[in-house]
Ligand binder design. Structure first.
Ligand SMILES: *Cc1c(COP(=O)(O)O)cnc(C)c1O
Length: 401
């Protein structure tokens, strides 16, 4: 051991090597501190930026009504639930929120989880196990992937949105004890929808469950904000709906909605809620308030969807390649190499626009991108500025390449 080894971490050799390799490849992430501000803005190192990196689609994260709802319960109950829901952490606000979520989703019952991530991992690992098969879209969110791995079921990954390949896999797995198809409703890095109508048909045909992760669609899509399934009119007894309170609803937490039997089963078996502390009651009160607003103020989702259409059109007119179809408030600009994406993101930040560069391993090699998330807190003017600055930054970088 050399003299200064005490000041280094135990394995600083390989840790430093890994970190340096990521740095060279443009894959090392900085740990920034971001202060949220009003109107979809934030502050970083004392500078104001317009935030196109958050998932606060309905602009509810800073809403005064949510804050007041949380404050009242905070005063009455304090900050933490102090136990898992199963042991003694389920307060009247948890109960009310679960009832409200069930009625919002049009299901018999709903169950809260500490996060959306925990809801996916817990639900999948409880629904399938050894001797079962789980079918997963290649671009599914990490929480679905981790749930599949943890379940110990046979995992069949099908190419993105490829229902023909999925049908073949389902046929091959006819002998499995149970079958579960898992998919994002809206894919988080591309903003495109799952082929839900076809997936629901396959689920019926092959007697499989279909778990749809509505993380980016809860409150945002569908006539009353119920998400992608409602948007495509998909209804099925095979459906397991997972959603998050952390994005469009501006708070924190995940949930599963479905039949009373399904919820009773997950209440007893889903380890991520059995062995993890329940949400703070004050957050449940805020989420209850957010659900009311999502239902009663449809203009919020209409506004953010209009902004998405506006931005897609503006970018295409400025020769920036983005998917023109759709009104989902996630818009990817695929740039290829990680360094290029990082460089363009940094130049936008200098212009006061926070647009994240998304790199491997979050997305496949060679598909690094800017990912724009819009919010009802943004204005059409701000979106116009964004389109022009992105076009300048992308074309300037092309000239320099
Ligand atoms: C963000 C996200 C989650 C996780 O939700 P949290 O509530 O943030 O844990 C799950 N699935 C998808 C598709 C997501 O984008």
């Amino acid at each position: 051991m050399n003299g200064n080894s005490a000041s280094k971490s135990p394995a600083s050799g390989w840790l430093a090597e890994e970190l340096n390799a990521w740095e060279r490849a443009g894959l090392r992430r900085a740990r920034r501190t971001v202060m949220p501000r009003e109107n979809g803005e934030c502050e970083i190192d004392g500078r104001r930026l317009i935030n196109f990196a958050s998932n606060d689609y309905l602009g509810l994260a800073g809403d005064e009504r949510l804050r007041q709802a949380a404050q009242q319960v905070l005063d009455a109950c304090g900050t933490g639930a102090a136990a898992s829901a199963l042991i003694c952490g389920r307060s009247p606000w948890h109960e009310r929120l679960e009832e409200k979520l069930a009625s919002f989703e049009g299901t018999e019952a709903a169950l809260l989880f500490p996060t959306g991530y925990a809801a996916n991992v817990g639900a999948i690992a409880a629904l399938v196990g050894r001797g079962d098969a789980v079918f997963s879209d290649a671009l599914n969110h990490a929480s679905l992937i981790d749930g599949c791995r943890l379940s110990r079921a046979e995992v069949c990954v099908f190419p993105h949105r490829d229902v023909d390949r999925l049908a073949e896999q389902l046929k091959q797995q006819r002998g499995a004890r149970r079958r579960l198809i898992v998919t994002d409703g809206i894919f988080s890095m591309d903003g495109d929808p799952a082929p839900l109508i076809e997936l629901a048909e396959l689920a019926e045909r092959f007697d499989a469950m279909l778990l749809v992760d509505e993380a980016h669609a809860t409150g945002v899509l569908g006539e009353s904000g119920r998400g992608t399934c409602a948007h495509y009119g998909v209804e099925s007894s095979h459906l397991v709906r997972v959603g998050t309170l952390s994005k469009g609803l501006g708070t924190l937490g995940g949930f599963v909605a479905g039949s009373s039997e399904l919820i009773e089963y997950l209440w007893n078996r889903a380890r991520t809620q059995v062995f993890s502390t329940a949400l703070p009651p004050a957050l449940c009160a805020a989420a209850l308030c957010a659900l009311e607003i999502a239902q009663n103020e449809p203009q919020r989702r209409r506004h953010v969807c209009h902004l998405s259409v506006q931005l897609r059109r503006a970018l295409v007119n400025l020769d920036v390649p983005v998917p023109i179809d759709g009104d989902v408030p996630i818009i990817p600009i695929i740039l290829g190499g990680a360094e290029r994406a990082v460089r363009i993101s940094a130049s936008l930040a200098r212009d006061g626009l926070l647009v994240p560069a998304i790199r491997p391993p979050t997305v496949p090699q060679g598909t690094s991108r800017l990912r724009i998330s819009l919010s009802a807190a943004h204005s059409p003017d701000v979106v116009d500025v964004l389109a022009r600055r992105i076009s300048d930054a992308v074309h300037m970088a092309d000239g320099a390449d």
